[in-house]
Design a protein around this ligand. Structure first.
Ligand SMILES: Nc1ncnc2c1ncn2[C@@H]1O[C@H](COP(=O)(O)OP(=O)(O)OP(=O)(O)O)[C@@H](O)[C@H]1O
Ligand SMILES: [Mg+2]
Length: 470
């Protein structure tokens, strides 16, 4: 879509000339007086205003135009204004610039100069927008808000704020991508420890030995390869928060050691005797059912009770899908800014399509999908997200037989009809998934050597037309 320029000039010839000059690059709106300009501005998205300062009712009095310029700057500070001054009106032009005009040009017009001035002003404006949004995106990247206005999210946010102030250990539970780490960071940021370090450790990725040496640190010579004393996370996070991500992956022996440190508030570096007092708040997260792991013996029960003093359960996105438009918009703005692109907000249809998907990867998946769409977007809008083409059936209507039965009257169902229906669907699906090559579709269906013949037969039977590939 083209950017929009509003030309405000009472002279019809001037307006026409400007329109002819600009129409290839911009969508041009016109107004002959200030009321007309107000109407245009309230009814359209306007990216730049070209304002003649000599306007009715007193074309000789530039104060009217200057007054309107001041009003525009105040009411829509993001819309640049380029003013048209009379011949040799340097003083007026300078005043206009003081009032915030982006640039100016004088009458009579030099078309090339006018076009260049407007192009430059538009570009400067969008450059500024991009920089601002980039800045905002970068800021929110580190200090992102937990978004969502649904009842679940409001409760969650209230709980997070409440728990943040307490010194207790917290366990955050939820599916992948639901925002567990975001919540852990929020718990830290809203706590009295906010100015001290927050250290996140992924427990699933490390061996017991490595974890121990990283958590508690070591003295020089504690083991082969320990060339220097190294401080562990417990020491480095002192006064702050230690986030044990994927705590289910923590080896039993490390759980035991951690438990002792939590109980006593003390530890020593590996290979050292010095007792170090630790003041660290522990926050853990898990996607797994820790209770079940306790029951089957792969997680220590005493450690489990120690870390789930407060439990925060994060809902999957599909359970608060009413938050999707808000999330999608916020993510779109951030991703577009990071890509340096200008993308229009999602259409209602688009949001509806996104809302029908089941989002097994939750908000992270939503972020990835939108990022991909933004990167691939050719113009300034995202019209379709191909990977989500079909609606995802909810768990309980996944059984196609049940669906089919629903469409039929209760009595008189004929078995052949049902079988034919499914056979036909099977054949069609096989063809779709195999580039409409009969032999290949037949093999996909397990017809073996006679795949092609059988598919021919079935296609005839159901009148399925297949364009034969060469
Ligand atoms: N409610 C939310 N509001 C805004 N952003 C969110 C929200 N929930 C999740 N996100 C974003 O989604 C992404 C994934 O979140 P996060 O890393 O916290 O998930 P996680 O639960 O730790 O996932 P995993 O279990 O896979 O590690 C992050 O970029 C995060 O900022
Ligand atoms: Mg995580």
């Amino acid at each position: 879509m083209k950017r929009t320029v509003l030309v405000v000039d009472d002279n019809d010839i001037n307006r026409l000339n400007l329109k002819l000059l600009l129409k290839d690059s911009y969508q041009v709106l016109e107004a002959g007086d200030l009321d007309g300009a107000d109407t245009m501005l309230s009814g359209n998205r306007v990216d730049l205003v070209v304002l003649d300062l000599a306007l009715p009712p007193e074309p000789d009095n530039p104060e009217i135009g200057l007054g309107y310029l001041a009003k525009l700057r105040k009411e829509s500070p993001d819309t640049p204004v380029v003013v048209i001054t009379g011949h040799d009106e340097r003083a007026i032009a300078l005043r206009a610039q003081k009032l915030g005009a982006q640039d100016f040009f004088g009458k009579p017009f030099d078309p090339d100069e006018v076009k260049a001035t407007i192009d430059r002003s538009m570009e400067a404006r969008w450059q500024a927008v991009r920089e601002q949004e980039m800045q905002r995106a970068l800021e929110t990247q580190v200090n992102k808000d937990l978004l969502g206005e649904s009842e679940q999210m409001q409760e969650l946010k209230a709980l997070v704020e409440q728990v943040a102030g307490a010194p207790s250990t917290a366990l955050i539970r939820g599916e992948t991508g639901t925002g567990k780490e975001l919540i852990a960071r929020r718990l830290h940021a809203a706590s009295p420890r906010a100015k001290q370090p927050f250290i996140a450790i992924n427990c699933a990725a490390m061996s017991a030995e490595l974890l121990e040496s990283e958590l508690f640190g070591y003295e020089k010579g504690a083991f082969a390869g320990a060339g220097e004393r190294k401080l562990g996370w417990f020491e480095r996070a002192s006064g702050g928060t230690l986030f044990l991500d994927e705590v289910a992956g923590l080896p039993l022996q490390v759980q035991g050691k951690l438990l002792r440190v939590l109980e006593s508030g003390e530890f020593s570096r590996l290979g050292g005797d010095a007792i170090i007092i630790s003041d660290v708040r522990l926050i853990c997260s898990t996607r797994e059912d820790l209770k079940a792991k306790v029951e089957d013996g792969s997680f220590r029960d005493d450690f489990y009770y120690r870390i789930h003093v407060v439990e925060i359960e994060v809902p999957p996105l599909r359970d608060h899908i009413e938050d999707l438009p808000l999330l999608a918009e916020a993510i779109l703005i951030r991703k577009a800014a990071l890509c340096g692109k200008r993308i229009e907000p999602f259409s209602d249809e688009m949001l509806e399509q996104l809302g029908r998907y089941s989002w097994p990867g939750n908000v992270r998946e939503l972020e990835n999908v939108i990022e991909r769409a933004v990167v691939l977007a050719a113009g300034d809008r995202v019209d379709a997200i191909p990977s989500l083409a079909g609606p995802q059936p909810a768990a309980d209507d996944q059984d196609p037989l049940a669906q089919w039965l629903q469409q039929l009257p209760e009595t008189g169902i004929r078995a052949e009809k049902a079988v034919a229906y499914f056979e036909r669907r099977l054949v069609e699906t096989a063809l779709e998934r195999n580039h409409h090559i009969k032999a290949r579709a037949g093999r996909w269906l397990g017809f073996g050597d006679r795949a092609k013949d059988k598919m021919r037969y079935l296609c005839d039977k159901y009148d399925i037309e297949v364009q034969e590939n060469p």
